[in-house]
Design a protein around this ligand. Structure first.
Ligand SMILES: Nc1nc2c(ncn2[C@@H]2O[C@H](COP(=O)(O)OP(=O)(O)OP(=O)(O)O)[C@@H](O)[C@H]2O)c(=O)[nH]1
Length: 330
């Protein structure tokens, strides 16, 4: 990772949007940016699909420049929340150099792009680039039967083909060929743990703004004539992903939890993450499940001990997951 900081243009607060499907490495990239930002004052906006914000607790630096938007997706249900949050960043007394937004894994980037280029935010901000993470291990030409996963590539100014450590060179080449088919002339960077020199991804001014401004103007014109707003994203219906959360002030029995993972995890779960408290440990355990893999790693508690878990997938039964987890509590 180079230590150079990018040249940031002066007009309007630059904004970079990080998108990519569930578990592709968005929070990992955000952490790389925060670790290597040097003197750049970066504000971070993290949007999570579930009603508990796990990601914000896993960021390297959590301070007043970080805002969470949980319990909905900024591309649809809580778009107003996005606008308000951006205004709060703009109104800060000590000016911010750069805003980075992490979207949910099921977000359609277009409504978010249009929020920046089709409102008065257009003059106050400078949409710099859309970065799209692609999980090289789990992504294929079925793109999880998710329209959003495909749109994330279509609207990505830079595609970070991540997790290259988990696949063969042949699979990587095949994926690149597929991405070039979906997006002619795509800019693809191969990454492991989203490591990339910051000047390659920040301050690049790659978003084709004029193109989106025309779409926004067309939308406004159609709205004026009472036509349907076709850029409202209905991805939740299309893609069928739902999120289930579990919280408890009691610890888990580690063996029971492991049995849950190996024997009772519903097959519809595509992504899970959590901060776990086990009765026989003084450490907090970060739990990550993404596609076929899961891992647990331990570090110190910074907050009151409790269990917090989020499961994202299709056809999930809240009661079933809840009762399985209740049984793991001590
Ligand atoms: N082996 C490997 N694991 C990776 C790589 N990048 C990220 N991961 C792991 O993949 C899991 C998911 O990474 P995140 O950065 O949380 O993914 P995300 O896109 O933010 O996930 P959501 O916010 O839930 O959509 C974590 O366990 C990461 O440590 C990589 O390049 N190689």
């Amino acid at each position: 990772m180079t230590t150079l900081t990018p040249e940031i243009p002066k007009r309007g607060m630059p904004v970079t949007i990080i998108t990519g499907f569930l578990g592709s490495g968005k929070t990992t990239l955000l952490n790389q940016i925060l670790k290597n930002k040097q003197n750049l004052k970066i504000a971070v906006l993290v949007n999570e699909f579930g009603d508990i914000n796990i990601d914000s607790q896993l960021l390297v630096s959590i301070d007043q420049d970080m805002m969470e938007l949980s319990n909905g997706c900024i591309c649809c249900t809580i778009n107003d929340g996005l606008v308000d949050a951006v205004y709060r960043v703009l109104e800060r007394e000590d000016p911010i150099d750069y805003l980075v937004i992490e979207t949910t894994g099921v977000a359609d980037p277009l409504p978010i792009i249009l929020t920046f280029l089709g409102t008065e935010l257009r003059d106050l901000t400078n949409l710099d680039s859309i970065l799209t993470l692609v999980d090289a291990e789990t992504f294929d030409n079925q793109h999880f039967q998710s329209e959003s996963a495909l749109k994330q590539i279509t609207y990505g100014d830079i595609i970070l083909l991540n997790k290259v450590d988990l696949v063969t060179p042949e699979k990587l080449q095949a994926l690149e060929n597929y991405i070039y088919q979906v997006k002619v002339g795509a800019k693809i960077l191969r990454t492991q743990y989203a490591q990339v020199p910051l000047p390659l991804i920040l301050g690049t001014d790659l978003t084709p703004k004029q193109q989106y401004i025309s779409i926004a103007e067309q939308d406004a014109h159609q709205k004026h004539h009472h036509k349907h707003d076709h850029h409202h994203s209905d991805h939740l219906d299309n893609d069928g992903f739902i999120s289930i959360s579990f919280q408890s002030d009691r610890p888990f029995d580690v063996h029971k939890f492991e049995t849950f993972l190996t024997e009772a995890m519903p097959s519809g779960v595509f992504r899970a993450k959590g901060i776990l408290w086990f009765n026989d440990s003084d450490l907090r355990h970060i739990f990550q499940l993404s596609g076929p893999r899961y891992n647990l790693h331990a570090d110190d508690w910074y907050s009151q001990r409790k269990n917090q878990l989020v499961f994202i997938g299709r056809n999930l039964n809240n009661n079933e997951i809840d009762s399985q987890l209740q049984k793991c509590l001590v």
